[in-house]
Design a protein around this ligand. Structure first.
Ligand code: NAD
Ligand code: MG
Length: 388
């Protein structure tokens, strides 16, 4: 088999680095054609010397110029600025794009990749959440494939091979419950960023770690599942499973439930996405059944974690509501990490932003981008009014 050319966006992040580990573990299968990041010049440069891609992309212009200058004698083209990533996904001879950017900033590149008919290995759930209605018609036209990297969606994808779409009763997404699963409600307002960043089972970038602590992440994943599997939100259930061993399940109409299990390591769903439709030997560890212990399940608590319910409502409303939910959350998470707002303000900000905005049904890209930027303005004005 000829090596497949892959473009990795968000190469310096948690998923980007894990993807490179997966590629390292199977030499000869992938040729790293391009690597891109936002501003981490040092790590991107290190990755250049190791993988020797033909292209590098850095969104931050200043850092990008520095990178270009420092690699001027190397056989690599350094692209700089917002448009750099769009150019990279549109290069000739790209077989796969892995989008591991964080946030709705990943939307345009996800769309560009599927427009070009590329296989899109997608970690950047925010692009599916915001731009949900835009993907299906493009995918139908170009035959591009969206290969989920998110562990829950990878699990569902794998469990779906056991039946047919019209036989699905429910999709059951598991959630670890995050670090505050057992914290009493009256302690939530005092949660610090440090406490929220200490996730019990997964090592991840800071934004998704906060999203896991609020259960916004599970809400985003419900919407992601609606888009990926074209199943209505009321058929997508969430169950808390603190051990993060069952990554999700599909319940069929005959009441059989097919689950996918593994140790919690993102290298495993990344491997599945990169090598699909084949399974390859994994070097990342396996379940130790002798010492696994009990697997437990709980109902999510909507009182302490109100964002999950808000995400269901956004999914049911559709149109631009999920884009607004996502944008308000991005602003709120940043404000929480900067200690401008309290943990409990995150879901309040999402709620209030959604309440203040009109929803566009059947939106096009412009409507979604407009909803995203308006929602950010509305959230910021809520922040200012709070006197934060
Ligand atoms: P991270 O913060 O560790 O890395 C983010 C990467 O995106 C970095 O390389 C950064 O340079 C780049 N980036 C940030 N903003 C950008 C912008 N505006 N334009 C271009 N590049 C930008 O994040 P992560 O944990 O690797 O998560 C990446 C995505 O994968 C998120 O959407 C997250 O929800 C999803 N995801 C992550 C995990 C995980 O275990 N980390 C699991 C499932 C899904
Ligand atoms: Mg996930």
């Amino acid at each position: 088999m000829e090596a497949r050319n892959i473009v990795i966006l968000g190469a310096t992040g948690s998923i980007g680095r894990s993807t490179l580990k997966v590629i390292d573990s199977h030499p000869g299968f992938f040729n790293v054609k391009a690597l891109a990041a936002y501003s981490n010049l040092e790590l991107l440069k290190e990755q250049y010397y190791r993988y020797r891609p033909e292209y590098l992309g850095l969104v931050d212009s200043q850092k990008g110029q520095l990178l270009a200058a420092s690699l001027k004698d190397e056989p690599v083209r350094v692209l700089v600025g917002d448009e750099a990533l769009l150019t990279l996904v549109s290069l000739d001879k790209v077989d796969m794009v892995l989008n591991a950017i964080v946030g709705a900033a990943g939307l345009k590149v996800s769309l560009a990749a599927v427009k070009k008919g590329r296989d899109l290995a997608l970690a950047n759930k925010e692009s599916l959440v915001s731009g949900g209605p835009l993907f299906a018609p493009i995918v139908e036209k170009t035959g591009a494939r969206i290969l989920p990297v998110d562990s829950e969606h990878s699990a569902v994808w794998q469990a779906l091979t056991a039946g047919h779409k019209n036989e699905i009763r429910n999709i059951i997404l598991t959630a670890s419950g995050g670090p505050f699963r057992n914290l009493p409600a009256d302690k939530f307002a005092d949660i610090t960023p440090e406490q929220a960043l200490a996730h019990p089972t997964w090592q991840m970038g800071s934004k998704i770690t906060i999203d896991s602590a609020t259960l916004v992440n599970k809400g985003l994943e419900v919407i992601e599942a609606v888009v990926l599997f074209q199943v209505p939100a009321d058929k997508i259930k969430v169950v808390i499973h603190p051990q993060s061993v069952i990554h999700s399940m599909v319940e069929y109409i005959d009441s059989s439930v097919i689950a996918q299990l593994s140790i919690p390591d993102m290298c495993l769903p990344i491997t599945y996405a990169l090598f699909w439709p084949h399974r390859v030997t994994s070097a990342f560890g396996q379940i130790d059944w002798d010492n696994l212990g009990p697997l437990t399940f709980e109902k999510p608590d909507n009182k302490r974690f109100p964002a999950l319910e808000l995400a269901y409502q956004a999914a049911q409303t559709g149109g631009t509501a999920p884009a607004i939910f996502n944008a308000a959350n991005e602003v709120a998470v940043e404000a929480f990490l900067n200690r401008t707002i309290k943990f409990t303000d995150i879901s309040d900000m999402i709620y209030n932003t959604l309440k203040k905005m009109n929803i566009v049904t059947n939106p096009g890209l412009e409507d979604i981008l407009e909803a995203d930027s308006q929602a950010r303005e509305v959230s910021l004005s809520i922040l200012e009014k709070k006197g934060c």
